[in-house]
Design a protein around this ligand. Structure first.
Ligand SMILES: NC(=O)c1ccc[n+]([C@@H]2O[C@H](COP(=O)([O-])OP(=O)(O)OC[C@H]3O[C@@H](n4cnc5c(N)ncnc54)[C@H](O)[C@@H]3O)[C@@H](O)[C@H]2O)c1
Length: 253
């Protein structure tokens, strides 16, 4: 019960890392406010976490109204916000020469603007409480350029570099106010994110990704959720502004 009664918002909670985080946090005693654009998927997670300690706010977290509703729901249902996990995100593969302005804007909105909006609406409550913990989903792509299916993931990588800088900048700004802000930087995690974007064979993609890992395998969502749990919980009381790399040794080569 490392999160007993900690009121936690998780965005993108219907699938992958967000879903694993919601289930793990529920088992650690947290009270949850879960978001996803996939309302049906969100309902399924709600059945598993239990409705008594969980609320759902379906919607596009790249829109300010959704971020406002998330903070409002947490405050009206539970009276405080202890943890925010900025997890919702999409992957996108497109060379810069082929990318449209609409595609660029969509990626920046979902992956980065959503983090700005949720922080904007949650931090005032944490400031009043003089406590809080925010965990952003960055990536190994925050540090290195990557390609996929022979094309660039440059714009995705930029959103994840932005998530890292958002983490550091807000961490130093609010360190003296009792608010810790960290990010997790996963390597390859076997979720639906690739299924949603790759043009190629998904199983073959994961096989090749595993081959590029020093450990010879990809991560499972629970392995990332465990790192998020550490940063969210009081055990990490002196950790802020920290990119916690969970990549099976990928960046160490
Ligand atoms: N899977 C990986 O290899 C990997 C590696 C590094 C970082 N990440 C990051 O982890 C996070 C979670 O990704 P995942 O791998 O679990 O992917 P996933 O596709 O399994 O889950 C992402 C969830 O976000 C939701 N979502 C997408 N757009 C949304 C929006 N506008 N509003 C609300 N919800 C929205 C989706 O419906 C989905 O449920 C992302 O930020 C991703 O960039 C993933």
């Amino acid at each position: 019960m490392r999160l007993r009664d900690k009121v936690t918002i998780v965005t993108g909670a219907a699938s992958g890392i967000g879903r694993a985080t919601a289930l793990l946090f529920a088992s650690e005693g947290a009270r949850l406010v879960l978001n996803d654009i996939d309302s049906q998927g969100l309902e399924t997670v709600l059945l598993q976490t239990g409705r008594d300690k969980t609320r759902a706010v379906a919607g596009n977290v790249a829109e300010e109204e959704t971020a406002r509703r998330l903070a409002h729901e947490a405050m009206s249902a539970f009276g405080r916000i202890d943890v925010l996990v900025n997890n919702a995100g999409v992957h996108f593969v497109r060379d810069i020469t082929d990318m449209t302005v609409e595609e660029w804007d969509r990626l920046m909105d979902i992956n980065l603007k959503s983090m700005f909006l949720c922080c904007k609406h949650v931090i005032p409550h944490m400031l009043r409480q003089k406590s809080g913990s925010i965990v952003n989903l960055a990536s190994i792509s925050s540090f290195v350029g990557q390609e996929m299916d022979g094309a660039s993931t440059f714009a995705y990588n930029i959103t994840k570099a932005g998530a890292l800088q958002l983490t550091k900048s807000l961490a130093t700004r609010y360190a003296a106010d009792g608010i810790r802000i960290n990010c997790v930087c996963p390597g390859n995690v076997e979720t639906n994110i690739v299924k949603r974007t790759t043009a190629g064979e998904v199983a073959e993609f994961w096989r090749q990704a595993a081959h590029s890992e020093p450990m010879g395998r990809n991560a499972q969502p629970i392995e990332i959720a465990n790192a998020i749990l550490f940063l969210a919980a009081d055990e990490a009381s002196f950790v802020t502004g920290c990119p916690l790399v969970v990549d099976g040794g990928y960046l160490a080569r």
